[in-house]
Design a protein around this ligand. Structure first.
Ligand code: PDD
Length: 284
């Protein structure tokens, strides 16, 4: 038996429910969710879940798609429509769907999905036996080497950069620049050395980064792989970003302070030329 689910104002069969591939929940994890337990057809701790839902939406500046009263009615209705006795109601609200861009538009309408899951909430055999657990380093989210769609923070940071009149953001950690919003960051020191952060789990292993390092070394440009500080970047001769979407992008100001003479630098241009020449010739 299939469930009846809720999708943006409609009750539809679970096999018919479709969300766009451009939904920001899918592309950027730009969404929030709640799970409310149901026992004997009744919502457990509903007020707390509804309150947190409001807090989560407010934190992300996603509008509440329905009124508080309607939200409770929807919860009750989905339980009734699915004759759910015990289990839970899963609810997810994303910022909505539009063409992929870290920056989102004001026109977006949230995507609102609800479905039920049947489960014997009060009859859990593990309550008797207990469960086994293992410890792991806290990693939410330190595994930046994995190219996941967990891009919410990057998206929010880029929006804030835009509000501040900037084009992108440089992320810092313990005074060191980790990466830009969606690209790797590099500097050229006053003595012409290309400095870029060494690979670790703290940054995405950029394909463009690897290529420009190879090309720079082949062109006898000195390369150092080490962390560099915000001050070093602000006082560098040149700063640039690399990614598959922007190739080699000069940065001319950081926090309103010009880098070098405030114009794109010559080594940045040379590296971009090397990259374009070599990689386009080898494009397949
Ligand atoms: N972003 N660092 C981050 C956090 C990135 O998101 C990206 C790419 C890079 C550069 O990796 P590469 O050189 O392999 O593209 C570094 C892509 C372009 C994006 O999200 O649009």
């Amino acid at each position: 038996m299939t469930r009846t689910v809720y999708l943006n104002g409609d009750w539809v069969d679970e096999t018919e429910a479709r969300v766009s591939i451009f939904d920001r929940g899918f592309l950027f994890a730009d969404a929030i969710y709640e799970v409310t337990a149901v026992v004997g057809g009744k919502l457990v701790d509903y007020a707390g879940h509804a309150a947190r839902l409001k807090r989560s939406l407010a934190a992300l500046d996603i509008p509440m798609p329905v009124s508080e009263e309607a939200l409770l009615t929807l919860h009750r209705e989905i339980v009734a429509r699915n004759a759910l006795s015990d289990g839970g109601v899963y609810l997810q609200i994303s910022r909505g769907a539009e063409d992929r861009d870290f920056l989102y538009s004001d026109a977006l309408r949230p995507t609102f999905v609800m479905f039920t899951q049947a489960r014997a909430v009060l009859d859990n055999p593990k309550w008797k036996t207990g469960i086994f657990v293992v410890t792991m380093p806290e990693g939410r989210w330190v595994n930046r080497q994995i190219k996941t769609v967990q891009l919410l923070y990057s998206s929010l940071a880029k929006m804030e950069a835009k509000r501040q009149g900037a084009d992108d953001v440089l992320f810092t950690e313990d005074g060191v620049i980790t990466e830009a919003g969606s690209s790797n960051a590099h500097i050229v020191t006053k003595d012409g050395t290309l400095v870029t952060r060494a690979l670790s789990n703290a940054l995405l292993h950029g394909i463009t980064r690897a290529s420009i390092l190879d090309l720079a070394r082949a062109a006898q440009i000195r390369v150092e792989e080490r962390g560099f500080t915000v001050d070093e970047a602000k006082n560098a001769a040149e700063v640039f970003l690399t990614s598959a979407s922007a190739f080699v992008m000069p940065v001319v100001a950081i926090d309103g302070q010009p880098v070098g003479n405030g114009k794109p630098g010559p080594l940045t241009a040379r590296i971009r030329d090397l990259y374009i020449e070599d990689r386009l010739a080898n494009a397949i």
